[in-house]
Design a protein around this ligand. Structure first.
Ligand code: AVI
Length: 314
């Protein structure tokens, strides 16, 4: 029922085996997001400790007229990883000049549900959903209606889940779809006090821990695998040298796990690295994007925890 992520079975198996064969075992963080994982992530966004979502929403609410003026009119808005499109509604409600909306989402089910709802709520909006793994090269659907520019919307600092080299490959891929003058509205989490960061990924209720462990549950369900979730504990810490929060699952004991007849050994205390969440300074982010985009405008909150940035294709 909840075959949420529409990736082919052999690809998933290959990626997982490749990650677990490394000296520092790792798993691709996209496999957090089956139906349960997407729900847990929604719960994370509501947690008191997890500041990014509400801070970004607040930045959008506080600066909406300015954002509209900067982004321009008659645009095609293409949202990467549209999920529940909560933040998009904020744009759609204030931006009558969005002529078409392209939600891009890996999860077919999520996408179908959201499109159905948006069609009811915004009957005049042309919606062209695209179901794809946007971390791989993809092509935007052709839009018949006239428009002035294409703007990618990439909120939530999901760009921080790429390593900088991956982020560059991703930006390069996006830029092939854009003409000079097109743009991107992107949420970027900023460097800050380490305790604020570590608290955000170690919430008291343990929702982030469940989200982290869900990657193992997802693998058990999709593949013939036998991870015992109780034998792993959640760990999240800020790696100052790399400028990122790292999430790991640490083996509580010496154990073996079988995935489709492949056997993996875990020593007590050995970890699987499951996610990176990079935190940028404004200058570092500008450097990261500079080959393809100029930073036209940056909006932040009063604590400078988070930024929403408008980038223009050069
Ligand atoms: C989706 N992404 C931006 C989240 C983040 O903060 O890196 C995923 C997440 N991981 C743990 N909590 C939230």
């Amino acid at each position: 029922m909840d075959d949420h992520v529409t990736l082919s079975f052999p690809k998933m198996l290959d990626e997982i085996i490749e990650g677990l064969e490394k000296d520092q075992k790792e798993l691709p963080s996209k496999y957090f997001y089956d139906q349960r994982g997407s729900q847990l992530f929604e719960e994370i966004t509501e947690l008191e400790e997890y500041y990014p979502t509400r801070t970004e929403m607040r930045i959008m609410q506080d600066n909406m007229p300015y954002i509209i003026r900067t982004v321009g009119s008659d645009i095609i808005l293409a949202e990467l990883g549209s999920g529940s499109s909560k933040k998009t509604r904020l744009l759609l409600d204030h931006f009558p000049s969005i002529t078409s909306y392209i939600p891009i989402e890996i999860s077919e089910q999520y996408l179908a549900k959201v499109v159905q709802k948006l069609n009811q709520e915004y009957p005049d909006l042309q919606i062209e959903p695209l179901c794809t793994d946007y971390s791989m090269p993809f092509q935007l659907p052709a839009i018949a209606q006239p428009y002035s520019k294409i703007v990618f919307f990439y909120p939530g600092s999901t760009i921080g889940n790429f390593q900088p080299s991956q982020a560059k490959a991703f930006l390069n891929n996006l830029s092939t779809q854009l003409d000079p003058g097109d743009g991107m509205l992107v949420g970027v989490d900023l460097k800050k006090n380490i305790s604020v960061l570590e608290t955000a990924y170690n919430d008291r209720q343990g929702v982030t821990a469940s989200f982290n462990k869900n990657i193992l549950r997802h693998i058990n369900r999709k593949l013939d695998a036998n991870f015992n979730l109780n034998n792993f504990r959640h760990e999240a810490f800020y790696n100052r040298d790399e400028g990122r929060i790292e999430m790991h699952l640490v083996s509580r004991t010496d154990q073996t796990v079988t995935i489709e007849k492949e056997v993996f050994h875990f020593k007590q205390g050995e970890s699987i690295h499951t996610e990176n969440s990079y935190k940028y300074s404004l200058a570092d982010f500008e450097t990261l994007v500079s080959e393809w985009f100029s930073v036209e405008k940056v909006w932040t909150d009063s604590d400078h925890y988070f930024s929403l940035q408008y980038l223009q294709k050069i």
